[in-house]
Ligand binder design. Structure first.
Ligand code: NAP
Length: 230
């Protein structure tokens, strides 16, 4: 009865799948948010084969209708991990930038997070220690200026960081704790698996932020090493 429930968006593969498995291993009931029926079912089966208490939730973060239906299908929620994200088609040179690419990337990486968070907030607010984790990227850091030039993707993560701070301010004095994290450069479809870092290693910081104590940090940006410069 006291089992906590977590929803991870984009949980059918990559870092999201590893976050789902990690939360399940910590004792959460895990809602696998994924937009494709087949990929979602396969992910739930793989998690269950790993002994995880998982169930699927149809969820396309770019669709108001899909997000509303996903929220209506849940009875309780303690943790929300906004992990779903896209890089958008390359090369994203700012001097030749296709604005439709920017719109598409923002719709998933930023508007998707707001859409999902706001639909699920009524449930989260009923939890004892609600946590929201936004999976961002150090490429969104204005201070670090790191990674390849990607004039749609990087600013989408800067805006996600900024929105995270706005949420943290709105949640001041409440039990809802929200933070952003960077998983590092991880071997997934997203990066063409061009990294030795595993999805499990990338998931670790999200797991920490999803299970923060009530006096934990709010509205911050973290990786395995600690605070990331905005
Ligand atoms: P990935 O393997 O490509 O997985 C992305 C996930 O997001 C997939 O499950 C995908 O679902 C889902 N997704 C995309 N658009 C969606 C939508 N509209 N609705 C629902 N789900 C959607 O990428 P990843 O490397 O695990 O990345 C996960 C997060 O980490 C992203 O936010 C990314 O920006 C961030 N990140 C990754 C790295 C890295 O090195 N990999 C570094 C920094 C930050 P489908 O299978 O249906 O496409």
């Amino acid at each position: 009865m006291n089992k906590k429930t977590a929803l991870v968006t984009g949980a059918n593969k990559g870092i999201g799948f590893a976050i789902a498995r990690g939360l399940g291993a910590l004792g959460f009931e895990v809602a696998v948010g994924a937009r494709d029926d087949v990929r979602r079912k396969e992910a739930v089966e793989r998690l269950r084969a790993n002994g995880i208490d998982a169930f699927g939730v149809a969820l396309d973060v770019t669709s108001d209708e899909s997000v509303a239906e996903a929220a209506a299908s849940l009875e309780r929620l303690d943790v929300l991990v906004n992990n779903a994200g896209i890089s958008g088609p390359g090369p994203q040179d700012p001097t030749t930038l296709d604005l439709d690419v920017v719109r598409t990337v923002l719709d998933t990486n930023v508007f998707g997070v707001v859409r999902v968070t706001n639909a699920l907030l009524p449930l989260l607010r009923r939890a004892t220690s609600p946590r929201i984790v936004n999976v961002s990227s150090n490429m969104g850091s204005l201070a670090l200026r790191t990674g390849p030039i990607m004039a749609a993707y990087a600013p989408s993560k800067s805006m996600l960081n900024s929105i995270t701070v706005q949420y943290a301010r709105a949640f001041e004095g409440t039990n809802v704790i929200v933070n952003a994290c960077c998983p590092g450069y991880v071997a997934t479809d997203f990066t063409g698996f061009a990294s030795p870092r595993t999805p499990e290693e990338g998931a670790a910081i999200a797991l920490r932020l999803a299970t923060l104590p009530d006096d934990g940090p709010r509205g911050g940006f973290f990786d395995d090493e600690g605070v990331i410069a905005w």
